[in-house]
Design a protein around this ligand. Structure first.
Ligand code: GTB
Length: 216
């Protein structure tokens, strides 16, 4: 059965591929699995039918036969475990790739999300200007460590894996901040991910949704 995912009917990122359907689309493209997309409005996301799939009223979701999943990281892991191409065959290398997936979501992403929340929701607070450099410095600490670990390598652990996929997606969320440019090696790492044909197909598909919404 062709899996169905959900995505924003009208994404607030205006087609920049920053919403969390993007890693799921990219993973499906990497493994060559066709998929269908059900677009949902903000209103529909909060209705019972969607809440039955995603208890927090968010996208993305993933439906495949009787399986319903939410959490983009868990969906990417499921896709990577069900198909060849995103996780190494060797057990130890596979475990390390999964560790990088968790690292992207639980070590690198939180300070980046904190910055986005600050910029979106805290601008009118008296302490905003004072707090912002602290938030940015917490990101720099992680980027510095990640950059040192990546070194001269193309990918985090030998061949491209689902760990790189999630890491590139997470780092892309810094695109408007200027922080990634402070780390040319990480910017080049992200560019390598974006240059992959599967990434381009996924990006094009989500951009087409935005473009169609603009012209209708
Ligand atoms: N932990 C969940 C996962 O990884 O699947 C988080 C899912 C999530 O945050 N979904 C967001 C959502 O549905 C969309 S991606 N929000 C609607 C709501 O909560 O009501 C987050 C996102 C939104 C917008 C931008 N942007 O505009 O740049 C980027 C990322």
């Amino acid at each position: 059965m062709i899996p169905t995912i959900t995505a924003f009917e009208s994404s607030p990122d205006r087609g920049r591929g920053l919403a969390r359907d993007m890693p799921v689309r990219w993973a499906l493209e990497e493994v060559g699995q066709p998929y269908e997309v059900r677009l949902v409005s903000f209103g529909q996301m909060k209705e019972a039918a969607h809440l039955a799939l995603q208890p927090f009223g968010q996208i993305p979701t993933y439906e495949e036969n009787d399986l319903v999943l939410f959490e983009s990281g868990a969906i990417v892991l499921h896709i990577a475990q069900s198909h060849a191409g995103l996780l190494p065959a060797d057990a130890a290398a596979r475990a390390r790739a999964i560790a990088w997936m968790f690292c992207a979501k639980s070590t690198i992403e939180p300070p980046i999300v904190d910055l986005q929340v600050a910029k979106l929701e805290e601008r009118d607070k008296s302490w905003y200007e004072e707090r912002l450099p602290l938030v940015e410095d917490r990101i720099r600490v992680r980027l510095d460590q990640l950059s040192r670990r990546l070194g001269d390598a193309d990918w985090l652990d030998d061949a491209f894996s689902a760990g790189d996929l999630l890491m590139v997606v997470v780092l892309r969320r810094l695109s408007a901040s200027g922080l990634l440019e402070e780390y040319p090696d990480l910017a080049a790492y992200v560019a390598r991910g974006e240059a992959r044909p599967a990434y381009k197909r996924a990006f094009g598909a989500q951009l087409a949704v935005f473009t169609a919404a603009q012209t209708s």
